[in-house]
Write a protein that binds this ligand. Structure first.
Ligand code: 13P
Length: 325
């Protein structure tokens, strides 16, 4: 039987269920220090620890965020940081009933040491983890690349579950390329078939994972843009063909879509009943306006937090299929 022996099974199922709760999704703020530096540079700020902390503090101390956000993915630095008056970020999240999660990507070159890092993050308060593997379409992906990505994700998922963390499984299929939407669907079907094959082989508990797929869209350089209805149709076709109903939640990445596109596409996918919670785990599509509003100025913090709530609420409504622009 495909059942993990680990003592965490009930807790994993509970954690996954609470993240996949109606009207809520994930705030992804797990940019590495290098990527966070690029975001800060866009508003003229230096990439210092103090600036990264100030920005994360703005996001994580937004009152009422928990109405729309069920989980937050943190970079390792943030997981250990506190507010300027000494409150741990992890505690700020728990007060809003937001589950803290860790990003394992910075060391995903190998699985070495993964178990002990997961155990450490669990002690620090994290209850889920994220691992992203990138698959690219224009020159591939080769069968070998797909197998390698799927196997790595499955091993990570099993190890995370053994250590009490719900694994978010993220094979990101990049938008780059001029291919039509049909080609994206074909590649995504391939990738997810392999991912679920190896997840099963590794005895991963499906009720205790979350997925973070890319939406099925035409390549970013394709001559025609697709409507939210078309994107929803293709993406739901993929999910229905490949994702067992035992999986509690599908938390999409925004992948470079605008804030509005990401909300409208999610809303279109929630116009009928789905066997899983179909929601968001956006980074850029939740943060772009926040950053622009903040500009690194303390006097703009309240306005920037308001902007975050606007995006979070819009995506919450989209999760319920009730957003209108
Ligand atoms: P974007 O929503 O910006 O694509 O980020 C997704 C992600 O994987 C961050 O955790």
């Amino acid at each position: 039987p495909v059942v993990r022996a680990g003592s965490y099974t009930d807790e994993l199922v509970q954690t996954a269920k609470s993240i996949a709760s109606p009207g809520r999704g994930i705030l992804a703020i797990d940019e590495s220090n290098a990527t966070c530096g690029k975001r800060l540079a866009s508003i003229g700020l230096d990439n210092t620890e103090a600036n990264r902390q100030a920005y994360r503090q703005l996001l994580l101390t937004t009152r009422g965020l928990g109405d729309y956000i069920s989980g937050a993915i943190l970079f390792e630095e943030t997981l250990y940081q506190s507010t300027t008056d000494g409150k741990k970020f992890v505690d700020c999240l728990c007060e809003e009933k937001i589950v803290p999660g860790s990003n394992n990507e910075s060391w995903c070159q190998g699985l070495d040491g993964l178990a002990s890092r997961c155990a450490e993050y669990y002690k620090q308060g994290a209850r889920f983890a994220k691992w992203r593997t990138v698959v690219s379409i224009p020159c591939g992906p080769s069968a070998l690349a797909v197998k390698e990505a799927a196997w790595g994700l499955a091993r990570y998922a099993a190890i995370a579950q053994d250590n009490g963390l719900v694994p978010i499984v993220e094979p990101e299929i990049l938008l780059d390329g001029d291919h039509p939407i049909e080609r994206t669907l074909e590649v995504a079907e391939n990738v997810w078939a392999e991912v679920f094959y190896y997840l099963a082989e590794n005895n991963v508990v499906f009720e205790g994972i979350l997925l973070k797929p890319s939406m099925v869209t035409p390549g970013a350089e394709h001559k025609e843009k697709a409507s939210p209805e078309t994107i929803a149709k293709f993406t739901l076709k993929l999910l229905n063909r490949r994702v067992p109903p035992a999986v509690p939640g599908i938390m999409f990445l925004s992948g470079g879509q605008s804030e509005m596109e990401a909300t409208l596409n999610l809303n279109a996918m929630n116009q009928g009943p789905n066997p899983w919670h179909v929601s968001f785990s956006y980074a850029r599509a939740l943060q772009n306006t926040v950053l622009k509003t903040w500009q690194g100025r303390p006097e703009n913090v309240a306005a920037a937090q308001k902007a975050l709530l606007v995006r979070a609420k819009a995506n919450s409504l989209a999760q319920l299929g009730r957003y209108s622009a």
